[in-house]
Design a protein around this ligand. Structure first.
Ligand SMILES: O=C(O)CCC(=O)C(=O)O
Length: 391
């Protein structure tokens, strides 16, 4: 399936597309972003004439290191590095890549769920991933224009600087504690591959991680697919998108996505909230939310340390009660106990607490309906469990 490309949509058209809950690509909307010229590396091996390097200098920044599923780390561990060291590595790689691609006109495109033809490439070491510009790169804020809705919501852009073949594994944006986010991802330099999976069509296709806080990460590894372990993933329907320089991809929240850097890249993404898109969780996306609740219920609580469980309970509880080891074990043995906490149930409506929705006519209704649906799910699950026990 090909995504729709829309030329510089106005607000009304943009919101119409957001309410479709389908990704789309925005073209021709960034012609006055100065980053396209300014951030381009100079054509030599030095970095002292490069804008990014002279602006950010040797600020310490956190980057993902050795991103590798087999290490058991989802995104690799985070390490601090001097920006100029990171940038010089990246630039060297960028120049090499440009030289190589000038020397060969072979071009490949990826279209299946996994058709990696780059196995011989060395794995890139660092990924500057998702760093808020406001916090780390204030010097760059005037080089792009934040799209209208994230701007109104005072959201910072996030910067990504990636080596070829860098990967962000399969996940979706939204977890119970965070305010569900829709996203816009803009490629400034290079090219990225997005593998997108519609949550409506792919309910149950990806087993979720079983640890607290990671239910929005899939266990399935797109780069090393194990269909014996994850047979459900066979039926997943994937949309492949190569996002080029100057294009912006809209990723609706809850859409599973895997991202691979096809060429040394720099990109910016902007998360935002939208009341209309939030409401879809009550209707067309409810199946996906149930799948999420299932994952919480099936969380591997016995792998959670007592300290971790205690901090989950302190976070979800009223903050007054303290828990002894016996009580902690009871919560571990029966996740319903904490799933019934009002704070857990309310977390599914968190996004509408955004001050921008203060006067939204549907906000209270949304909270009531969401609470009802989560409560109904819990009641139904509890009944099922009792029936099982009585068999
Ligand atoms: O570019 C990446 O590596 C990941 C981007 C992503 O997950 C997003 O924009 O939501």
């Amino acid at each position: 399936m090909k995504l729709e490309r829309i030329e510089n949509p106005n607000r009304e058209l943009f919101e119409q597309f957001v309410l479709n809950n389908k990704p789309f690509i925005i073209t021709n909307s960034v012609s006055n972003w100065e980053c396209f010229k300014k951030w381009l590396p100079t054509n030599n091996n030095k970095i002292n004439e490069d804008y990014l390097s002279t602006m950010i200098k040797n600020k310490q920044i956190p980057v993902r290191e050795n991103v590798d599923y087999s290490s058991g780390e989802w995104l690799g561990k985070t390490t601090e590095i001097d920006f100029q060291i990171f940038y010089s590595l990246w630039k060297e790689h960028y120049i090499q890549f440009k030289q190589q691609s000038n020397n060969s006109n072979s071009n490949s495109s990826n279209n299946g769920i996994n058709d990696d033809n780059n196995n011989n490439n060395k794995k890139p070491k660092y990924y500057l991933a998702s760093l808020p510009v406001k916090t780390y790169f204030k010097e760059l804020e005037n080089d792009y224009i934040t799209p209208e809705i994230p701007l109104e919501q005072n959201k910072s852009a996030n910067l990504w600087i990636g080596f070829k073949d860098q990967v962000t594994p399969l996940h979706h944006d939204f977890s119970s504690g965070d305010p569900g986010m829709d996203g816009l991802h803009a490629v400034i330099i290079g090219k990225k591959l997005f593998k997108l999976f519609d949550p409506e069509l792919n309910v149950g296709c990806f087993k979720r991680k079983r640890e607290w806080g990671q239910f929005h990460h899939a266990e399935f590894d797109i780069d090393k697919p194990d269909y014996n372990l994850y047979p459900e993933a066979r039926s997943a329907i994937c949309i492949n998108v190569e996002l080029n320089q100057g294009e912006i991809l809209y990723i609706p929240k809850l859409w599973w996505h895997y991202v691979k850097t096809l060429e040394p890249s720099i990109s910016l993404n902007f998360w935002f909230q939208h009341m209309g898109s939030e409401m879809l969780k009550l209707t067309k996306l409810w199946g996906h939310m149930e799948d999420y609740l299932d994952a919480v219920y099936n969380m591997s609580t016995n792998q959670v340390s007592n300290d971790k469980m205690k901090s989950i309970l302190n976070y979800l509880g009223d903050g007054k009660q303290s828990y002894d080891d016996h009580q902690i074990q009871q919560y571990k043995d029966d996740p319903f106990r904490f799933m019934k906490f009002p704070k857990f149930i309310n977390s599914f409506s968190n996004a509408v607490n955004n001050p921008l929705f203060r006067n939204h006519p549907s906000k209270e209704q949304f909270k009531i309906q969401m609470t009802q649906l989560v409560n109904n799910w819990i009641d139904r699950k509890e009944l099922e469990r009792k029936q099982q026990e009585n068999k």
